[in-house]
Write a protein that binds this ligand. Structure first.
Ligand code: NDP
Ligand code: OXD
Length: 324
């Protein structure tokens, strides 16, 4: 890193988080990634930063046009695993490498969320919560155990593989689906569009962990939800663009689906009057299924900046052809 073009502009966690980011980046420059040592970590709207001095931008939902206005930008760092919050800006500078957050911590947290949701759906936790609110003692039985329940995971990337391993560890029969075929111990792996109908027909609990791309847009359509076994449940942790909420609501209200955990929506934040909030078969979470700590994201990005400075290829580079 040379000259003065070493500003890392950060839009993640708000201005209040900037001191924490600065201290984590300083720590990892001193301990693990010396090539990132000259970084000058600044808040996104810091008026004292000259656009030509910005070398790196670590962002969540950057204001459209802002990245394109940074003439010496060397890397775009997505603070999330998905990159759609950046690539949805038609002006994003495609010649600048875009790095997605890939941390074992986020994958672990996603695995915890998916495990929690699968067990809660299996044991109808919402019913117990309703009973407690009504002070009603009703020792109901649920039909299945994990061992006779199939969890199917759409997307076998960093998030999907760890989630598959963790639900498999709970005893669920576990299957997965991806674009290219995988071989994962204990997981029955399917690949490609032709395999999707047969895959869905087996899923008692379907988990969506796909990226938002033109190919995955609307992938959880009403027609596809209808091909799940009657009584199946959904854990939607992919992206809002994968599903229309009304299709889920109809599948739940008709009794075809039995329940859902939904972490991502077509509109976020979810409006206060949205029907998902009060639906008795839905658990809503606020797109927080797998947020890695700032410390671990700083460690990951310091390492990728250092690799880039050494002329190596960083981990997590967004591929514009695949769209993820
Ligand atoms: P990866 O890029 O590591 O994995 C993506 C997976 O999806 C790969 O297995 C890929 O297949 C598969 N895939 C992509 N397109 C298709 C397709 N058209 N058909 C079949 N399979 C496809 O991403 P991550 O695991 O890190 O994250 C996945 C997504 O999860 C993110 O993009 C985001 O949408 C969501 N996410 C949500 C979070 C939340 O808090 N709700 C947190 C983190 C992620 P292949 O292996 O063949 O390339
Ligand atoms: C995401 C994330 O991509 O939180 O949703 O990492």
């Amino acid at each position: 890193m040379s000259g003065k073009k070493n500003v890392l502009l950060v839009k993640s966690g708000g201005e209040a988080a900037i001191d924490e980011w600065r201290s984590h980046f300083a720590h990892f420059a001193a301990t693990e990634s010396p090539e990132s040592a000259a970084l000058d970590v600044r808040w996104w709207n810091d008026a004292s930063v000259a656009p030509e001095d910005v070398a790196y931008a670590l962002v969540w939902q950057p204001d459209p046009g802002r990245l394109a206005a940074l003439p010496n930008l060397r890397l775009i760092l997505s603070t999330a695993a998905g990159a759609d919050h950046i690539t949805s800006d038609p002006t994003w500078p495609r010649h600048v490498p875009l790095i997605r957050a890939v941390t074992p911590e986020a994958a672990q947290r996603m695995g915890e969320y998916v495990s929690m949701a699968a067990l809660a759906l299996l044991r109808d936790l919402k019913r117990s919560v309703r009973q407690q609110a009504a002070r009603r003692w009703d020792s109901f039985e649920t039909e299945r155990s994990a061992t006779d329940t199939c969890v199917g995971i759409l997307g076998l990337g960093t998030m999907g593989v760890r989630s598959a391993e963790m639900v498999r560890g709970l005893g669920f029969r576990t299957i997965g689906w991806s674009r290219s075929r995988k071989a994962i111990d204990g997981i029955d792996c399917h690949a490609g569009n032709d395999a999707l109908p047969g895959f869905l027909a087996q899923c008692d609990i379907l988990v969506c962990l796909l990226p938002a791309t033109p190919e995955t847009d609307g992938i959880l359509s009403a027609e596809r939800l209808a091909t799940l076994p009657r009584g199946a449940a959904l854990v939607h942790v992919g992206r809002g663009s994968h599903m229309k909420f009304d299709d889920l609501r109809e599948a739940l209200d008709s009794g075809h689906l039995s329940g859902a955990f939904v972490d991502v929506f077509e509109t976020e934040p979810l409006p206060a009057d949205h029907p998902a909030w009060t639906h008795e078969k839905i658990v809503v979470t606020s797109h927080n299924a797998a947020i890695a700590s700032r410390r671990m994201r700083a460690r990951f990005f310091a390492a990728q900046i250092a690799a880039f400075e050494r002329g190596e290829t960083p981990v997590g580079v967004y591929d514009a052809v695949r769209g993820y």
